[in-house]
Design a protein around this ligand. Structure first.
Ligand SMILES: Cc1cc2nc3c(=O)[nH]c(=O)nc-3n(C[C@H](O)[C@H](O)[C@H](O)COP(=O)(O)OP(=O)(O)OC[C@H]3O[C@@H](n4cnc5c(N)ncnc54)[C@H](O)[C@@H]3O)c2cc1C
Length: 382
């Protein structure tokens, strides 16, 4: 079946695709958004109620200007849709002084002049009694950290895009694409469409649509857990900053009680279970709980209560943990972005703007796109 012609088709309407759709619709583009699952869905990488947003980025100071723009764009979305999506709690980045998280966070604060405080384990516990860190750990407290209400962000972007004339189809999977002289043909499991350009933001499935990316993405099972605190008041958003923490057993993150009546925690790379997203085990097991409880017992003993919920989610990891964004080497009309490696949601509001600029000839020179290019792995783009 042949359908209409679009300026841009967006394949995948999760974190970055929903934002891209909105930014394209805002520019007056004729745009179609497709998702193989529902909107929202719990099959991809953005579910589980909350996603941390933090400004002092230990991963690299390169991200800070993007984050500053991301905050502005999230606030603009809140204004457009009338929902409270970005909750400010402050953020803690904690770990040993010779590790990655604490010094990296401090470096971003110093390089970008960000407001922050350095706390010892004892002063952190005094300020926020839910925290119980070993004495050899230090923490950076940054007051603008917080969390986004993730599924509502995606829903809000899609809703606002629809209001601006975008067309959207859920439960319709992009199967293949064929570039030609005047654009690109996109075939789904239901129809065939024509467009000038295709933006692929299909998250964990990105290499299924763009096989040249296969060497650079690895999908991994993650488990989130919510635990009932013995002292719930210590874990509420007004008393408990979101955190990233580096311990001798790995890197963990967590958010206060919100949406689910439990304290939420996850471990980066959980049990190291790498698989194709269609094969990832969606069940939750005692060993998943034990990984998280072990950490809670030591660092948040007042939250060491019964499990209230557990969910499986997917990381899409690149070799260096940084995003991949660019034009597809094999086909000029295709732009792609995989902002994941477990830390991409907070950037969705600015990544969507950048992808829309790339598609419409907007100015992207102010963004560090070389940092995210495939060229860093030795692969050239057109
Ligand atoms: C457990 C967990 C915790 C996280 N915590 C944080 C955090 O605290 N802060 C943070 O910033 N980031 C966090 N992240 C990372 C963040 O959620 C991801 O970086 C982000 O969701 C990736 O966005 P994306 O648009 O690339 O993919 P997704 O958001 O997963 O969206 C991809 C979409 O594409 C669709 N799709 C796939 N294939 C097709 C196809 N063939 N045709 C049409 N549609 C298709 C999918 O159905 C999906 O809806 C976390 C991730 C996980 C898993």
């Amino acid at each position: 079946m042949e359908r209409g012609r679009y300026d841009v088709i967006v394949a995948g309407l999760g974190a970055s695709g929903s934002s891209t759709l909105y930014h394209l619709a805002t520019r007056g583009c004729r745009v179609l958004g497709l998702d193989r699952h529902g909107i929202p869905n719990e099959a991809s990488s953005y579910h589980g109620v909350t996603r941390i947003i933090r400004l002092c980025y230990y991963e690299s100071p390169v991200y800070v200007p993007l984050l500053q723009r991301a905050y502005e764009n999230w606030r603009a979305l809140e204004h457009a849709c009338g929902r409270h999506l970005l909750h400010i709690t402050g953020s803690i980045d904690a770990g040993p002084t010779d590790g990655w998280v604490f010094p990296g966070s401090l470096r971003s604060c110093q390089e970008h002049g960000l407001e922050h405080e350095v706390l010892t384990a004892a002063s952190l516990q005094h300020r926020f009694p839910g925290y119980r860190l070993p004495d050899d750990m230090m923490a950076v407290l940054q007051p603008q950290g917080g969390f986004l209400v993730a599924e509502q962000c995606v829903v809000s972007y899609v809703e606002q895009a629809l209001q601006r004339g975008a067309e959207v189809r859920g439960c319709e999977r992009v199967v293949e694409w064929m570039p030609h002289a005047s654009g690109i043909t996109v075939r789904t499991d239901r129809a065939t469409y024509e467009a000038e350009q295709l933006i692929v933001t299909s998250g964990a499935w990105i290499a299924d649509l763009l096989p040249l990316l296969r060497p650079y993405v690895q999908t991994e099972r993650q488990v989130l857990g919510w635990f009932q605190p013995a002292r719930p008041a210590l874990f509420l958003p007004d008393r408990f900053p979101v955190f990233n923490m580096e311990t001798r057993d790995g890197r963990y993150y967590g958010t206060p009680v919100f949406g689910v009546p439990g304290f939420k925690v996850g471990r980066y790379h959980h049990l190291g279970q790498v698989d194709h997203p269609d094969q990832i085990d969606r069940g939750v097991y005692a060993e998943d709980e034990e990984v998280l409880r072990f950490f809670i017992r030591e660092h948040f003993p007042d939250a060491d209560g019964p499990v209230l919920s557990m969910k499986v989610c997917i990381f899409t990891n690149t070799p260096d943990g940084h995003f991949i964004i660019g034009r597809y080497p094999e086909a000029e009309p295709i732009i792609f972005a995989s902002p994941c490696s477990g830390h991409g949601f907070k950037f969705a509001s600015v990544i969507g703007e950048i992808l829309a600029d790339l598609a419409t000839g907007g100015d992207t020179r102010k963004w560090p796109l070389d940092f995210f290019g495939l060229e860093r792995f030795g692969r050239t783009t057109p």
